[in-house]
Design a binder for this molecule. Structure first.
Ligand code: GAR
Length: 206
């Protein structure tokens, strides 16, 4: 069974590309059914290059957050999305959206949650904070999305070392590399029905 995935992305879309590549070459039992962005992001071009339907849904063009989110829900459902992946999506979603795909939304965050996460921590800001704080390890986290920011049950985490010579840019690069491994891996486990959530803990059937 191939799982149909809807992807929300705001930026370059390298994580989207990793999902597309691994799904196309049969490494993960997933098909990207649709991609939505809140802006004219490069991620949309990546989708179109693979004939994946790609939409821009701009929050500013709707009277309310609810209408904005409902438009995305309608598009995701129209394309049969069984799982929603927030792949570098920079908008915070309300409980209305979360409830529409309860237990079926996954996010990738560029730190070891619960460090450097929550409101204001996204993209390069996370890596700048990592360098400023002086931590010796950082990493990436794939987790289920609940109604709070970066707070849902954790599926996979992977760490990278912060070396003396690192800058926010080199950390971003190292973190992206592990993201491209753990996000597709989490999708594969979800698609295979191997993730069991009990309270805050996600158990992986091996
Ligand atoms: C990724 O590092 C992802 O973890 C981060 O944005 C980047 C998107 O890269 N997401 C967040 O910060 C969400 N809070 P990409 O567009 O190349 O996939």
């Amino acid at each position: 069974m191939i799982l149909k995935v809807g992807v929300l992305a705001s930026g370059n879309g390298t994580n989207l590309q990793a999902i597309i590549d691994k799904s196309r070459n049969g490494q993960i039992p997933v098909r990207v059914a649709v991609v939505i962005s809140d802006r004219n992001a490069f991620a949309l071009r990546r989708a179109r290059a693979h004939n994946i339907p790609a939409y821009i849904v701009k929050p500013g063009e709707y009277d309310s957050q609810r209408e904005y989110e409902q438009q995305m829900v309608d598009i995701l459902k129209k394309h049969g999305s069984e799982l929603v992946v927030l792949s570098g999506f920079m908008k915070i979603l309300s409980p209305h959206f979360i409830d529409s795909f309860k237990g079926r939304i996954i996010n990738i965050h560029p730190s070891l949650i619960p460090a450097f996460c929550g409101k204001g921590f996204y993209g390069m800001k996370v890596h700048e904070a990592v360098i400023d704080y002086g931590v010796k390890i950082t990493g990436a986290t794939v987790h289920f999305v609940d109604e709070n920011v970066d707070s849902g049950p954790i599926i996979i985490q992977k760490a990278v070392a912060v070396e003396d010579s690192d800058t926010p840019e080199t950390i971003a690069q190292k973190v992206h590399e592990i993201e491209h491994e753990i996000l597709p891996e989490a999708l594969k486990l979800f698609a295979q029905g191997k993730l069991k959530v009990i309270g805050r803990r996600v158990f992986i059937e091996r």
